[in-house]
Ligand binder design. Structure first.
Ligand SMILES: Cc1cc2nc3c(=O)[nH]c(=O)nc-3n(C[C@H](O)[C@H](O)[C@H](O)COP(=O)(O)OP(=O)(O)OC[C@H]3O[C@@H](n4cnc5c(N)ncnc54)[C@H](O)[C@@H]3O)c2cc1C
Ligand SMILES: O=C([O-])CC(=O)C(=O)O
Length: 357
């Protein structure tokens, strides 16, 4: 591993460096991907994931797991693009390896359709997905209510398989997993050197972030193995995403709605909208309903904060607020959070080295 040293720090041979204890709060997509990235990149860290919910009970378990970026209005577009690029490259490498089936990652081609042609015909991610092009008139004949469309091939994660795979990678790297709710981050003070906060919507209560709110999403998972292309209406209101074990039909976007129960009227509405785009779905069977709350914020929060209580300090790296686009950017944000952990550990090393002088 490349060792980065800040100017002015005393350099200590790797073998003499103390093990640093890192606690990752959050057992969802963001918590596990961040924990895996830290345990892989920073071998002198022991990583423990602490959470009160794990797969199959996290937000990601409900998701289709498509790699189509969402926009975060207060995150610079270059940063969103970099996160998406890093996530796409990482998952494409896994998809092209013998691990693909275990990790639940596959390529998927299809169409994003628009009622009228948008101003931006080539979105910022057009050169990252594969084979992006404007749909031909012959392709558009399938969608008489839509005048414009974009065809491309992207990646899809079978969310439950991918979450289980991440959990195995963490265990393989020596990581620990603890099932418990944290009511105050200060509970971890003295037990860990660095806290990484990947608590999703839980960050609202845990660190008092009122900028974070739920956007409720209901989807159906159905059997329709003859449907092999994805279809997405450009505003994200309706989508059909074929996967390894089912087809996900969506959706709803209900801001500040905390209900986790399913709604039969919404399910019928989703099915009607999807059948209007793909009539063969009238024959879909084994239909199940699912709800998740997207942890939504105008900007994903990936940053360092040092909490103070009296003379005590608690360094926290935040990584939460991925809303409806967590699968699309999670590896990019995990890498960024890992760099922040690395910098923080280097500064701890600097202060203990200086203290010894
Ligand atoms: C219907 C729907 C469809 C979606 N489709 C897609 C898609 O196709 N593509 C895409 O990119 N994204 C999609 N998403 C978004 C994606 O699923 C989320 O962005 C992602 O799952 C968020 O992951 P997370 O780990 O931040 O949150 P969560 O999965 O909610 O995990 C939070 C974790 O923190 C833990 N936690 C919280 N507070 C505490 C506490 N105090 N103590 C201990 N543990 C705590 C919880 O137990 C849990 O383990 C979709 C989301 C929904 C709802
Ligand atoms: O919008 C989509 O294509 C799917 C999704 O991410 C969501 O429902 O949050």
């Amino acid at each position: 591993m490349e060792q980065r040293h800040n100017k002015g720090l005393v350099s200590v041979p790797l073998g003499l460096m103390p093990m640093r204890r890192v606690a990752v709060i959050g057992g969802g997509l963001v918590g596990f991907s961040t924990a895996v990235c830290i345990s892989k990149s920073l071998p002198r860290c022991s990583v423990t994931v602490i959470a009160d919910k794990f797969t199959p009970n996290t937000t990601g378990d409900v998701a289709a797991g498509m790699l189509i970026p969402h926009r975060y209005p207060d995150t610079p577009i270059e940063q969103q693009k970099r996160w998406f690029q890093e996530t796409f490259s990482y998952l494409l490498t896994i998809c092209n390896s013998a691990e693909a089936a275990d990790a639940g990652i596959h390529l998927l081609s299809g169409w994003q359709i628009h009622q009228t042609a948008p101003e931006e015909k080539f979105p910022f991610w057009a050169d990252i997905v594969l084979g992006f092009r404007i749909m031909s008139m012959a392709e558009l004949e399938k969608f008489p209510e839509h005048q414009f469309g974009q065809a491309f091939t992207t990646l899809k994660c079978d969310s439950q398989r991918y979450l289980r795979w991440l959990e195995s990678r963490l265990r393989e790297n020596g990581g620990q997993i603890e099932d418990r709710k944290i009511t105050d981050v200060w509970e971890l003070h003295g037990h860990y050197d660095v806290i990484v906060n990947c608590s999703g919507l839980g960050a609202r209560a845990l660190v008092g972030d009122s900028k974070l709110h739920p956007v409720r999403g209901q989807v159906l998972k159905v059997q329709a193995p003859w449907v092999t292309h994805f279809i997405r209406v450009s505003d994200g209101s309706t989508y059909i995403y074929p996967g390894m074990s089912s087809v996900t039909l969506g959706g709803t976007r209900q801001k500040d709605d905390w209900r986790l129960s399913t709604d039969a009227t919404a399910s019928q509405n989703i099915l009607n909208r999807c059948c209007a785009l793909e009539p063969s779905l009238k024959k879909a069977y084994a239909i199940t309903e699912h709800v998740g709350l997207r942890p939504t914020r105008s900007a994903i929060r990936v940053e360092k904060e040092v909490l103070l209580r009296g003379s005590y300090q608690l360094p926290v790296i935040h990584n939460y607020g991925h809303g409806g686009g967590g699968f699309s950017v999670h590896w990019g944000t995990a890498r960024e959070a890992t760099h922040l952990v690395e910098e923080l550990i280097a500064s701890l090393r600097g202060s203990s080295a200086k203290a010894k002088l």
